[in-house]
Ligand binder design. Structure first.
Ligand code: HEM
Length: 507
């Protein structure tokens, strides 16, 4: 069925209703009125165009520069704005201003995304979804650049570029997905197993951005007003419930309405059906972390809720669509290094790499002053950065060196008091974590969490990705799943036997 005319279809009609055509002259890029926009300036009807037709050429030149690099991952997505409200007191864990008192509201920006597809890809493909939060606090920007599932494929950031390469296009055929690249990498790096199980589960294709949970994935830390330090994880659970699509449903929708998720979010908010999520934390003391039987800084693992219960904190409500997609969604930049006093990084190796990667890519994608875009930082900033392309807020005549005796900005005492003192020691080394415990939590997920019908769909989904690869890689993948559960491996084997596989190359 063709999508019905909805709020998204009516966007232009709605614009026209709110904006009259009076006093609405076209202007040049420098603001002067344009007499005639419908023809270029020519010498007679068939004459050549004059170089002095400056504003036609200016428009052409601007058009040719409309595209900026898309995000190297998470290129495709949708954004919305709203607020975070504190419902429970957690000041005993953190002095972060955003949690200062019950009832406090902080504006938020949110972007939902798909990891591997490009900007113009279809929404309903099997993939992890990004779910990034930006809190506009009085202490500046705090970002949680999260996902829609609690764990990630790899635990050391040096693995990330290769992981993404196998999820993107083959460098020669330019085809995605290349199933041989995909299974080759996953089976050589068994730490991917836990997330791979979720990728192939029902949660691998949400039916709406609104009907999915969000997770910080990495481990962070909190510092309270007394300087006490604890590790923490962030979770935000959907009040719309969980909605998923089967592979068959998703494939059909991808053909009919590739913008299915973007449309759904836009319409929900335009119709006043504001989506919301309840926000929780998990807390682990440094003493518990030191004794933990699993690595609390390994993002391929969850912290079991029985041991580390979800502590309610607040809620997130999205009640405003972007006024302009490019300005507020394409140009928004989330960064795990954007932390505020009271919230700190942990030694999580993935997080440590991410602290560098996002600002770095945004300096390339958006420019060195991307942070001055209104959606990224609406605050008055006081520091010693100056100049660079598109420096809008260049801080007037304030001193541009530190220290100085001319009333330039100084160290912040409160932020200083909240900086944790962390004793560290060890031997610098490169330690490959490939043989960490890679299967226990994946086994719990399969044996104790998944219901029988979910297991059946898991097997079908895995098999559909195994059919196009080589028999050698199929065997390696079956062996990987046998480490999770022998009966899972057997079901995959049986299902593959029942599927006609055309093997073009004898591998
Ligand atoms: C986006 C790198 C791991 C969630 C991005 C971007 C880069 C990147 C370069 C594009 C940012 C932009 O252009 O604005 C990395 C690296 C990782 C890593 C190097 C590993 C070390 C993760 C993990 C998560 C995650 C573990 C899950 C928590 C996201 C999300 C976005 C994103 C949600 C999209 C943000 C947005 O909506 O603009 N990542 N990433 N990434 N990443 Fe990661």
């Amino acid at each position: 069925a063709v999508p019905k005319r909805d709020a998204a279809f009516n966007q232009l009609a709605e614009y026209a209703r709110k904006h009259s055509n009076d006093d609405n002259s076209i202007t040049t890029t420098f603001g002067t009125p344009v007499p005639e926009k419908d023809s270029s300036l020519t010498v007679g009807y068939h004459g050549p165009v004059l170089l002095q037709d400056w504003f036609s050429l200016d428009e052409l030149a601007h058009f040719s520069r409309e595209r900026i690099p898309e995000r190297v991952v998470h290129a495709r997505g949708a954004g919305a704005f709203g607020y975070f409200e504190v419902t429970h007191d957690i000041t005993k864990y953190t002095a972060a201003t955003v949690f200062a008192q019950i009832g406090k509201k902080t504006p938020v920006g949110v972007r939902f995304s798909q990891v591997a597809g490009e900007l113009g890809y279809a929404d309903t493909v099997r993939d992890i979804r990004g779910f990034a939060l930006k809190f506009y606090t009085e202490d500046g920007i705090w970002d949680i650049t999260g996902n829609n599932q609690p764990v990630f494929f790899v635990r050391d950031f040096v693995m990330f570029p290769s992981l993404i390469h196998v999820m993107k296009r083959n460098p020669k055929t330019h085809i995605r997905l290349d199933y041989d690249m995909f299974w080759d990498f996953l089976t050589l790096r068994p730490e991917t197993t836990h997330t791979t199980m979720i990728f192939f589960s029902d949660r691998g294709i949400p039916d709406s951005f609104r009907k999915q949970h969000g997770y910080g994935v990495n481990t962070y830390a909190f510092v309270n007003a007394q300087g006490k330090f604890n590790y923490c994880k962030f979770h935000w659970l959907s009040n719309q419930g969980i909605g998923t699509l089967t592979s068959a449903e998703a494939q059909k929708i991808a053909g009919i309405d590739p913008d299915f998720h973007i449309r759904d979010l836009y319409n929900a908010i335009a119709n006043g059906n504001f989506p919301s999520w309840n926000f929780y934390i998990q807390i682990m003391t440094p003493e518990q972390a030191a004794k933990s039987e699993f690595d609390p800084f390994d993002d391929t693992k969850v912290w079991p809720h029985g041991q580390y219960p979800l502590i309610p904190v607040g809620k997130i409500v999205l009640n405003r669509n972007p006024e302009n997609y490019f300005a507020e969604v394409e140009q928004i930049g989330f960064d795990p290094a954007h932390l505020i006093p009271g919230i700190e990084p942990s030694p999580d190796r993935m997080l440590q790499g991410r602290l560098f990667a996002y600002g770095d890519t945004q300096r390339h994608r958006l420019g060195p002053n991307h942070i001055q875009l209104p959606v990224n930082c609406p605050f008055h900033v006081h520091n010693y950065d100056r100049d660079g392309r598109f420096a809008i807020h260049n801080q007037g005549g304030a001193p541009n060196y530190h220290p100085n005796t001319f009333n330039g900005p100084v160290n912040d005492k409160r932020a200083q008091a909240l900086t944790p003192q962390i004793p560290l020691q060890g031997v610098a080394n490169r330690i490959d974590s490939v043989n960490e415990d890679n299967f226990t939590q994946a086994r719990v997920l399969y044996q104790r969490v998944m219901k029988p019908d979910e297991k059946t769909r898991l097997v079908q989904n895995i098999v559909s990705f195994l059919v196009p690869t080589t028999s050698a890689l199929r065997e390696r993948a079956i062996d990987l799943f046998a480490h999770v559960d022998e009966s899972l491996a057997q079901r995959i084997r049986d299902s593959l036997k029942a599927t006609a596989i055309e093997q073009h190359v004898n591998l």
